[in-house]
Design a binder for this molecule. Structure first.
Ligand code: SF4
Ligand code: SF4
Length: 78
């Protein structure tokens, strides 16, 4: 399983990145530049093969609904 970052809800606060114990939250990038979501902000995604479902990212994220405690690949762009 894996948690999910809802790409178009994420506001690029990045509070999630340092708390992940397995370093599986990454910036969505296109070459050397960061991609933008529909809000016009950078966004992150979770590498679902590595995520261990610990919940630390969800606890740290200040944006309501940006992280889901289940795997919904259709909500998460990379
Ligand atoms: S998921 Fe939450 S904490 Fe992580 S970058 Fe997006 S808004 Fe920030
Ligand atoms: S649930 Fe835990 S392991 Fe998975 S992305 Fe969030 S912090 Fe990382």
């Amino acid at each position: 399983m894996s948690y999910t970052i809802v790409s178009d809800v994420c506001e690029a606060k990045a509070d999630c990145i340092p708390v992940c114990p397995v370093d599986c939250i990454k910036w969505a990038e296109d070459g050397s530049s960061k991609k933008k979501n529909t809000k016009g902000t950078d966004y992150t995604y979770i590498e679902n093969d590595t995520c261990i479902d610990c919940g630390a990212c969800l606890a740290a994220c200040p944006v309501e609904g940006a992280i889901l405690d289940e795997w919904k690949p259709e909500m998460q762009k990379v």
